[in-house]
Design a protein. Structure first.
Length: 257
């Protein structure tokens, strides 16, 4: 590669113009580039340092070249997924684009995540519209050893005592709705498909600091505008027998349990 600046010769070169005239004469009259190549031995180092300085604060240059740079690693560390082992621990089949973690590194560093931040992540990672319903009520079964019993702990009225084998809870469940979806998006979000696995891994990672995973339930309802075709139907996914109990375009399943 020949550059038109930062050389020893030329209009802005460090050497007197006589050297430039000599180079032109050798090239045009004698077709001899030996002297030019000799000068390039000295200017190559300066040009290389100039290029490296230009790339230093332009991280996308390394990304476009398919290289890993320190800035990208720092952003992944900021998002909590700097080590490849951490991304692998999200679960088998959870193929989440590493570039999305870089893009949302600042958002992922905010723990716990708000509902709007969670929606931003889901919409950004999967490219679909999403809505989130918070504080969804549910009954939780209380283990027998933790139920209120006379002569045992947990019997203070108004503080820790309760009657029955279950309690009503509004703190550990949310409902996520995705859609409207195209047919291929709907198929990718089937309960055991790759998209659902990736969504499950992302939700588990995003909510890990807010809820223990064993107490976090999330429901997703995916909507697409086309009915199933005979021969391409999946029982329980996009097909049913008889009159459906809900909207025929909806699919609901437990995402985290």
């Amino acid at each position: 590669m020949t550059i038109s600046f930062l050389g020893l010769t030329g209009p802005s070169g460090a050497l007197p113009t006589a050297y430039t005239e000599l180079l032109l004469e050798r090239r045009l009259r004698h077709r001899d580039d030996t002297m030019h190549a000799f000068f390039d031995l000295f200017s190559h180092r300066a040009a290389s340092l100039f290029f490296e300085a230009w790339c230093k604060y332009r991280s996308w240059i390394h990304v476009e070249a398919g290289e890993r740079d320190g800035f990208t690693r720092n952003l992944l560390d900021l998002g909590g997924v700097g080590l490849s082992q951490l991304r692998q621990q999200m679960g088998p089949g959870a193929e989440l684009d590493e570039r999305m973690f870089v893009y949302y590194a600042g958002l992922l560093s905010q723990k716990p995540l708000s509902a709007q931040s969670l929606l931003t992540l889901v919409e950004g990672f999967f490219g679909v519209d999403a809505t989130l319903e918070q504080f969804v009520g549910q009954w939780l079964q209380v283990p027998e050893g933790e139920q209120s019993q006379l002569g045992m702990d947990g019997c203070e009225l108004g503080l820790s005592a309760f009657a029955g084998e279950r309690i009503w809870d509004r703190q550990t469940k949310l409902k996520l709705r995705l859609g409207p979806l195209r047919r291929e998006q709907f198929n990718a979000l089937q309960p055991h498909a790759a998209g659902a696995q990736a969504l499950r891994a992302l939700m588990k990672f995003a909510l890990a600091t807010a809820w223990p995973p064993k107490y976090a339930w999330c429901w997703t309802s995916a909507t697409y505008s086309r009915r199933c075709w005979v021969g391409h139907a999946e029982p329980g996914g996009d097909s049913w027998m008889g009159r459906p109990a809900g909207h025929p375009d909806d699919m609901r399943y437990t995402l985290l349990d």
